[in-house]
Design a protein around this ligand. Structure first.
Ligand code: SAM
Length: 332
């Protein structure tokens, strides 16, 4: 049956689609991109909004109900709110989220909200200018903070702040970031550094473990209780401050992989379907979208991709091979 859900060989039902709208970015975080001379895709190579919409429509018929727009930096793609409006109109899609570094959010928050965007995650690794610049290799902290304000003012209710945690660099940021999120009424989430950097410098000992961050926060701020897990496929393990001061999440893909509940499918900016961040294989949807392929052929391609999903990313296995692509080329 063409409209059967996207179930892989381990029974994982795929309802969550991450769409990268560009590989371009306005900062150069060392864990994601090269610092200089980045070879970006040309405009011609990336999917048009029409192509993205068609792809999303086909996946929605197969049970995808959540979309997250990412990149690169999605807000550098012009007219992004037009894409949000197109996706909002697709039957079956009831949640459209965005992951952004926030630098261009002040200008775009209101139009994104008006277009139907439901949720925003803003990346904020540091609250000190020096650490921000050390990671991003560009200025911009003040722009990100202005973007956070603008997102609140536009009426987004569920704003999450995501910080990649890196040993030797961000320990001193953990408590200030957490306090900042609590003051803002937002959820702070710490993400373990994964081997997806462009310069192949990742080392296991640079991973600041989620468990260690949690202990640091409990010692400095106060006790945390495990929160409910309403959605087993959510990447974060959430905790609640016992003083009622909000929740905090830990995304621990390196030390506590959550692959067995993964329901995510990705499409890169140039239309390659991926079943895992760490996949070394891709399925070329653009060839079908531009080559007169039918929706039925597209469905088959998506199913082939889902069926080939491995049980886990295998970062810790002896035969682990880092994907050829870095994070900015996949879409986080
Ligand atoms: N530019 C947007 C942003 O900064 O949120 C969206 C794309 S970015 C690739 C998505 C998320 O992936 C960000 O929160 C980023 O910090 C995270 N990320 C990038 N490289 C990573 C890595 N090697 N390990 C863990 N998280 C990473």
């Amino acid at each position: 049956m063409t409209n059967e859900p996207l179930i892989d060989t381990l029974g994982r039902v795929h309802t969550n689609l991450r769409i990268s709208v560009t590989d371009r970015c306005n900062i150069r975080c060392f864990y994601c991109m090269p610092e200089e001379n980045v070879q970006f895709l040309s405009r011609r190579e990336i999917l048009t909004f029409e192509e993205i919409e068609r792809f999303a429509r086909v996946t929605a018929k197969l049970g995808v109900n959540k979309i997250r727009l990412t990149g690169g930096e999605p807000l550098v793609r012009s007219g992004l709110s037009d894409l949000v409006a197109r996706l909002t109109a697709i039957e079956g899609i009831n949640d459209i989220a965005l992951t952004t570094n926030g630098i261009l959010l002040e200008e775009q928050a209101q139009s994104l909200k008006d277009a139907g965007l439901t949720r925003i995650n803003i990346s904020l690794d540091a609250l000190t200018e020096e650490t921000f610049r050390r990671i991003a290799r560009r200025d911009g902290l003040d722009r990100v903070l202005a973007g956070i304000e603008a997102a609140k003012a536009a009426g987004f209710k569920k704003i999450r702040l995501n910080a990649v945690a890196i040993k030797g660099i961000t320990e001193a940021e953990v408590v200030p970031l957490t306090n900042f999120a609590r003051q803002q009424g937002m959820e702070m989430r710490f993400i373990e550094f994964m081997p997806l950097d462009a310069e192949n410098n990742w080392q296991h000992d640079q991973v600041l473990r989620g468990e260690d961050i949690r202990r640091q926060i409990e010692a400095a701020i106060g006790p945390l209780d495990a929160a409910d897990r309403p959605d087993p496929s959510q990447p974060a393990t959430d905790f609640r401050f016992t003083d009622g001061g909000g929740t905090i999440g830990f995304i621990n893909p390196v030390t506590q992989p959550f692959c067995e509940d993964c329901n995510r499918l990705r499409v890169t900016a140039e239309g390659r379907i991926r079943n895992c961040l760490f996949s070394t294989v891709e399925w070329d949807a653009r060839a079908l979208l531009r080559g007169g392929g039918t929706d039925k052929e597209l469905v088959q391609l998506i199913r082939d991709c889902v069926r080939a999903k491995k049980p886990g990313h295998g970062i810790d296995s002896a035969d682990f091979h880092k994907p050829q692509r870095a994070m900015y080329q996949i879409g986080g």
